[in-house]
Design a protein around this ligand. Structure first.
Ligand code: NAP
Ligand code: SF4
Length: 679
């Protein structure tokens, strides 16, 4: 067996877990949709069939005030139980186990009825919470117990009490948010009274034969957060109170340190859980940026925890565990930690799904149509859209021929993986490479498909369908002097590795402008591949000597180049980037002293550099730069499509070849998959 520690059962006394994989809590958005519980049942059942030992639902509030948003779910009465039973029955039939997460949002609640330990507004919410009275605190503790009892009635195997990420329980624990002077505030003993009373009430309500997980914030990553001695004290008390397992929480939502995105090194925080391992005996779960079986195995081999929590990796691939068991590691569709289709959707009140797996949370909807006729299909372009289409169509039984002029698959994925902090894109390429073989797609690299080769009299194959996934071409803006030798395209820089001088202007501040700037200010090894370096850059104290686990100051490696990023719009830079990741890209570039200039007109490129006019003042300025890198968006590659259509051949356009504006891998993979399921 390749992953003996990961696949080893865990005996909890009254029940056994079949391996060491916990699917961490994730809000899917289905909780609030009409008919969502039926869809959720299949979502969780698929992961249960895929071998996960224990899953935790998205956060469900124990009462009205604790809801995350006005219409978020709560479990507070018998009438809610029936719906949850649909989920638990499906999971049990599939051989899995599932626990309900009880989450009271406290001051993170996005509505005016929010409450907290003290009346202090969160920096990430517009609402100021009401300070909870003694009576309200006692009632809330009872509501946690009621929620746990109802969860047991609904057939759940356990509950997870959400005590981390800055939600209500966390708000009681730390002085940052708890300024009370009664028995719920002041000393640490008083501040942890709230979680301990909750655990006691929950245990009284559900007994000892029910899994009780406590999610403990092991490193708050905010000023005024807990110090290490306090974390240990809480863990010991929580253990004494009789929880079955302690899960790890890393960072509050308001922390200005990334904790799960793609630029965070793999297993960046397992050292924190390991530190606690020396202090308590109760099984510990560790978490954050564990996305492949070998990473999880090593975490367990290093004795960091008893179990690993993976949430998004199981959104990306429901069969992660069975693939690990069956020695099919290379066929795992790896979560690239982009947040683009999961968290970013949830924050926009949209149903979560996954960039690399658009079927996630659409298990009952995105299903293949029955195949009446096996078609011969030509696919032009092996970028994300072409790869997703080809593999999915081949799985359905079609004969698929995938053509690419290049000598390797991937299209724009080969550009994305060059960016420091985006190394996970290599995994997407590895996955598709193996899936092409597995599904029997006929791959024709270094082969330019033409009208003649596809439809001419001498064409070797008579294709029933032609799919154009030919991608995009960088836009060349009409700036006087655009032909100057100082001008480079992002492809010149990222793919052809053309030399770039010390002073650079980047024209365009979309996703690619940000990526190119990130690339240009770095030299040597990416900090994502060097944990100590990364922790220093984000000001995290590995010695954990200060409260919140933060250093007084972050330590940055000086930028490799002096970069100025420009855009014509006057709006904030990076506005179109992901909701949960845009701030990280902006902060990272600020750390590297990148100048961000908005509201400009490009007047000329000459031997001196780039001449711009500031729209607000009308002033002209010459940026004395060595190079100007153009990242001004893209236009679709449609020439072949137009030629084929002129010959009367019907084609299907997908990905950037269809619409180049605001193209990203999420749309490309989704479009490719959807077409393949129905063609
Ligand atoms: P984009 O996001 O559409 O940005 C294009 C940039 O070029 C804008 O800043 C635009 O700003 C500027 N621009 C457009 N036309 C121009 C012109 N004629 N002259 C000068 N400037 C012009 O395109 P992209 O950066 O190429 O990215 C493509 C897609 O990939 C995007 O949808 C993006 O979301 C995705 N992507 C995302 C990420 C990420 O999330 N980190 C990374 C890479 C790519 P002004 O019009 O204001 O000048
Ligand atoms: Fe992972 Fe991105 Fe999919 Fe979210 S959308 S599960 S972060 S790959």
């Amino acid at each position: 067996m390749k992953y003996p520690k990961l696949l080893e059962p865990l005996d909890l006394g009254f029940t056994q877990l079949k391996n060491r994989v916990l699917m961490g809590s994730m809000h899917t958005g289905l909780e609030e949709e009409k008919g969502g519980f039926e869809k959720m049942a299949e979502f969780y059942a698929a992961r249960a069939r895929g071998g996960v030992a224990l899953m935790v639902t998205g956060g469900i509030s124990p009462n009205f005030r604790g809801r995350l948003a006005p219409h978020s779910s709560q479990l507070s009465s018998r009438r809610h139980v029936k719906k949850h039973k649909i989920v638990t029955d499906a999971v049990h039939q599939a051989g899995g186990k599932i626990a309900l997460q009880i989450l009271h949002a406290g001051r993170y609640a996005y509505h005016p009825l929010s409450v907290s330990a003290s009346k202090i507004k969160a920096p990430i919410s517009p609402f100021t919470p009401k300070e909870m009275s003694e009576r309200m605190i006692k009632k809330t503790i009872k509501h946690y117990a009621r929620c746990a009892r109802l969860a047991k009635e609904a057939g759940y195997d356990g509950v997870e009490i959400m005590g981390s990420e800055g939600y209500l329980i966390n708000q009681f624990i730390v002085t940052r948010t708890n300024k009370r002077t009664d028995r719920w505030g002041g000393s640490y003993e008083n501040r942890i009274r709230f979680p301990l009373e909750i655990i006691k009430a929950v245990k009284d309500a559900v007994g000892d034969d029910f899994i009780t997980i406590y999610r403990l914030s092991m490193i708050d990553l905010v000023k005024g957060g807990s110090n290490w001695q306090e974390v240990v004290q809480l863990a010991k008390e929580v253990e004494k109170a009789g929880v079955t397992i302690i899960n790890t929480g890393i960072g509050w939502h308001e922390a200005r340190v990334p904790t799960i995105t793609t630029s965070v090194p793999r297993r960046a925080f397992t050292w924190v859980t390991k530190k606690l391992r020396e202090e308590v005996k109760v099984p510990l779960i560790t978490s954050n940026r564990i996305n492949m079986p070998e990473v999880a195995e090593q975490v367990l081999a290093d004795d960091c925890a008893d179990m690993v929590s993976m949430a998004r990796p199981l959104l990306a691939d429901p069969d992660f565990v069975v693939k690990a068991e069956n020695d099919q590691r290379d066929l795992i569709n790896t979560c690239i930690a982009c947040n683009q289709a999961c968290l970013d959707h949830v924050f926009k009140q949209k149903r979560a799904t996954c960039l690399v797996n658009p079927k996630a949370c659409y298990e009952t909807e995105l299903v293949p149509q029955p195949l009446n006729f096996k078609k011969k299909i030509a696919v032009i372009g092996s970028g994300p859209a072409g790869l997703a289409f080809s593999t999915e169509a081949a799985k359905r039984g079609h004969e698929v021929h995938l053509f690419d002029k290049a000598n390797r698959i991937g299209g724009q994925l080969n550009i994305a993986n060059q960016i420091p902090g985006k190394e996970e894109f290599y995994e997407t390429l590895r996955y598709f490479k193996h899936l092409l073989e597995e599904t029997g797609v006929n791959l024709h690299l270094e082969t330019e498909a033409t009208v003649e080769s596809l439809t001419g009299d001498n064409a070797k194959i008579k294709f029933d369908e032609v799919i154009i996934a030919a991608g995009v071409t960088p836009r060349t803006p009409a700036i006087p002097g655009i032909e100057h030798e100082k001008v480079l395209s992002y492809i010149d820089v990222l793919l052809h590795k053309k030399p770039v001088g010390e002073k650079v202007a980047v024209i365009g501040a979309g996703g690619i402008g940000f990526d190119v700037s990130e690339y240009l200010v770095h030299e040597g090894e990416s900090a994502t591949l060097n944990l100590d370096e990364w922790l220093k850059e984000w000001g995290i104290d590995r010695m954990y000597q200060e409260e919140g686990g933060l250093l007084d100051e972050a330590e940055f490696t000086p930028p490799a180049r002096q970069v100025t990023m420009l855009q014509r719009k006057e709006t904030k830079m990076g506005k179109g980037l992901g909701k949960t990741t845009g701030w990280i890209h902006r902060t990272s570039l600020r750390h590297k002293k990148v100048q961000m200039v908005t509201g400009v007109d490009y007047k000329e490129i000459n031997d001196e550099g780039l001449v711009i006019e500031h729209k607000s003042s009308g002033k002209t300025e010459t940026l004395a730069v060595d190079n100007i890198v153009i990242c001004a968006g893209q236009v679709p590659n449609r020439t072949l499509a137009e030629q084929l259509e002129a010959k009367g051949q019907k084609v299907h356009l997908i990905g950037g070849a269809d619409v180049a504006a605001e193209l990203d891998a999420k749309r490309a993979i989704k479009q490719g998959t959807e077409l393949a399921l129905s063609i």
